[in-house]
Design a protein around this ligand. Sequence first.
Ligand code: PEP
Ligand code: MN
Length: 365
Amino acid sequence: MKKQLKTILGYKVERPFLVSGPCGAETEEQVMQTAIELAKQPVNLMRAGIWKPRTRPNSFEGAGEIGLTWLKQASKVTGIPVTVEVANKKHVEAALKAGIDVLWIGARTTVNPFAVQEIADTLRGVDIPVMIKNPVNPDVELWIGAIERMVKAGITKIAVIHRGFSSYEKTIYRNRPNWEIPIELKRRIPEIPMLCDPSHISGKRELLLPISQLAMDLNYDGLMIETHINPDKALSDSKQQITPVQLGELLSKLVCRKQSIDDTLTLRMIEGLREKMDNIDYEILNLIAKRMGIARRIGEYKKENNITILQAERWDEILQSRMQSGLEKELDKEFVKKLFEIIHHESIHQQALLMNTIEEEVKKN
Ligand code: PEP
Ligand code: MN
């Protein structure tokens, strides 16, 4: 297969751009041994947390500034450039002084515009590459805001890292991926290189490959995967780290599909199908508009006869029957449920407008 060369953060690399290394720099030997093993893999940038933002106190909070020298030494021996997480002015100044090649802003920092601005102000006039992780909460605007703060400070080499979002509910993920959010970011800023961090999304080794594969199939440019020379003994995030050798195994199973369609026959086939899809989309919109018209007519009757908008039994009957019908058509039950919740919500909104209950408020806003 033809090599796919891309420029990411100023480095001309083959896709996927690979960032790897331990969650945290623990000792000089651990950093050096990990680096030597990583140099046998196609790693473009070595990561290690020097200052670790931990959820609870009394956990390992990183080796601190001394770790910067370990990383620089490892980089000198292996030739791999290095990156650390920065969360404030002091971190940025120390990392710049040590000659760290790339900085990254962690999820717990992106969430705080004051902290991001402090980093941006410290970086003014220093065009170092910066990677920005998504904020912990599912807010695309906050993520974009952090990018804008860096751009305004004069940073020209920027990439984003999707590491998933916190949620109260327990799921199979450590941080729910909410793929629609990075997809929306890519729609708004198509030129931005996007990396996926399956380590923090999954929180466990078994999910690293399927998440990395999905990210590659969603056209991501690279991956950030945590590796440790002895993962079970790691002082932070031990369940999700793998050895550099296991990283190699993961990469050998990863299918890296082409980012664009380059042969005319395939292009023509896909274009034909896309045209059919476009027509169906317009049919769907026509049908939804018709359905809303009927909802408004029902709303008129409810208004004239003083009947409440929500009729819980009718709604339950709609939901159950549509999910059943969807199942018969091999549509995912949860998808059909979400679809009809959105449609029903809009019908209620239309009827509420008719009944004047929220009309004034809506006009005011
Ligand atoms: C990390 O990369 O080790 C880290 C702290 O990640 P996040 O900011 O995604 O929590
Ligand atoms: Mn980590």
